[in-house]
Design a protein around this ligand. Sequence first.
Ligand SMILES: [Fe+2]
Ligand SMILES: [Fe+2]
Length: 280
Amino acid sequence: MRVKIYTLADDYAGYNSPFWAQHGVSFLVEVEGKKILFDTASYAEPILFNMKLLNLNPRDIDMIVLSHNHFDHTGGLLGILREINRKVPIFAHPEIFKVSFALEPEFMYAGTPRLKEEAEKLGGIWILTRDPITLMPGVFTLGEIKEEEKVEFEKGSTGLFKIEDGRVIEDKVEDEIGLAINTRKGLVVLAGCAHPGIVSMVKKAIKLSGNDKVYAVLGGFHLINAEDSRIEKTVEAFKELEVKKVYAGHCTGLKAESRFAQELGDRFEKLHSGKIIEIS
Ligand SMILES: [Fe+2]
Ligand SMILES: [Fe+2]
């Protein structure tokens, strides 16, 4: 199985790089000629700019997976659908349209308004499920990760809120789903923000595939505000799982990235817009 992953968006542009950075992530995952877009960052324009540089045509996108509702993963969707200009399935969790927000330092709406209706107008076909779903042989989403499925140190408060039945409750970002590819070298796991916890997401991919060999983990690991102890436990878990390659960026945070770099050496690479990862 030939897998090529193009980083279309990350918060870092890379050193001496022609690519555009922005807040969020977006990957184009090419498996056996099929093109799956995983997340759409905040804006479509930098993604389309980077695609042009990478010689990629948005019209060739076969499917879209949205990791969760936050605007830095869904904001570029409408602009990309406009370029695809035909019907395309969008895989996501049914709670992706929820009203969610942060309250510190002040109220901030976390989603993309009118995402459902506007995407439908542009040809998007929503495939909404909390279950894992297989997109093609060896390629599957992780589905919802329940609190009881999480490793102990990744349980707990998120500092985010949502409205359910008119009440303000904590938002555990249950709608975050990851994408996994079962390659010859081992599992490749992609996370948007990894709100459920990156280790819990990797463990879910192992459980679903029955393959405990993890080749690569990519994306945002959301350790930017994490306590040192959680960062240490995460790095330890990656070592225990013998993850061969770690490509972290977006909301991973400088502290966690440096710990990965110190502990994993060349096995860690910082993500940046335009970075290509090939697995054969
Ligand atoms: Fe994010
Ligand atoms: Fe997020």
